[in-house]
Design a protein around this ligand. Structure first.
Ligand code: AMP
Length: 291
């Protein structure tokens, strides 16, 4: 039986915004599995781990109750479900904000203007908690989707919804007035799993793999050749992981410099390196960095 096969279970969103990134992360960690969206679980061939494909709304409860030992889900969903789970690692994707917006022409500039207004949302628990904490009495209209349409249908005066770029809200003629919370996908576990030493040992090794692959994300390994006299100058230019590796080449007076570099500064740094005497610059992807 699935629930008692002794293997670790990690729940991920079955089909949605977080699914592809979650699968890519697990694959980058070396887990070998075939993922079937329609089957509940996909076993890993090379690790005692089963991947459960679930609706993201259900993941916090399943992790809390120990049905899944780990879960990857948005922090916003965990907050909304008030689940008693422990965050192990933020994962850097699925970034979004839960914001309150009003129609562009509305005479509401701040949350104080929401008193006695109707606010449509799919996050009633988070919104209600937020309004209470600010002592604002407003009516919460709970919808199951397409919240941005509520003001134009005169169902609500404001909305509280999840946005990443804000484009949907802008296109619907809405203006953001407040951010209730920021969120990203994160790895969670529950109390029952945390009290099982065998499972915690497996989780430790999963955490090492995930952190390694998160560290490697956005970084490249760079190798270049240069006259040894230019090394001090190159060192000043390279924002290295620690200090760059410098190895002598067969050609006297020449060295190879190896270093890790952030993807977003690479092009900028590369021009400076060339000017400082670097040649034969090679940049390759990094799979993982274990510290
Ligand atoms: P989905 O149900 O497939 O839309 O995925 C929803 C989850 O993805 C949310 O609970 C958030 O954690 C995350 N997310 C990231 N960006 C957005 C966005 N622009 N709108 C809704 N959810 C987002």
């Amino acid at each position: 039986m699935l629930a008692s096969n002794g293997r670790l279970k990690i729940a991920i969103q079955k089909g949605g915004r977080l699914t592809d990134d979650s699968l890519a992360l697990l694959r980058a960690c070396g887990f070998d599995f075939e993922f079937q969206k329609r089957s509940l679980y996909s076993p890993c061939r090379n690790f005692e781990l089963d991947i459960l494909a679930l609706r993201d709304d259900d993941i916090p409860e399943y992790v809390q109750d120990g049905v899944a030992d780990l879960g990857i889900v948005g922090e916003n969903i965990v907050r909304e479900r008030s689940a008693k789970v422990k965050k192990l690692l933020p994962l850097g994707y699925g970034k979004c904000r839960l914001t309150i917006s009003v129609p562009r022409g509305a005479n509401v500039r701040s949350i104080a203007g929401l008193k006695r207004k109707r606010i449509a949302t799919t996050y009633p628990a988070t919104l209600s908690h937020f309004l209470r904490s600010r002592q604002i009495k407003a009516e919460i209209i709970t919808l199951s989707g397409a919240v941005e349409l509520a003001p134009s249908l005169d169902v609500a005066d404001a909305i509280c919804d999840v946005v990443s770029t804000g484009t949907t809200a802008r296109l619907s003629g809405l203006r953001e007035i407040h951010t209730v919370m920021e969120s990203e996908a994160a790895l969670f576990t529950g109390r029952k799993t945390a009290s099982d030493p065998k499972k915690m040992q497996l989780i430790e090794s999963i955490l090492i793999r995930i952190s390694g692959s998160l560290q490697a994300r956005g970084r490249r390994y760079m190798m270049l050749n240069a006259p040894s006299a230019s090394v001090p100058k190159l060192k000043r230019i390279i924002p290295s992981l620690k200090s760059p590796t410098v190895v002598p080449l067969a050609d006297e007076g020449m060295v190879a410099v190896h270093s890790v570099i952030a993807e977003d500064v690479f092009w900028d740094v590369m021009e400076k390196l060339k000017k400082a005497g670097a040649s034969d610059i090679i940049v390759v992807p990094i799979e993982t960095i274990i510290r």
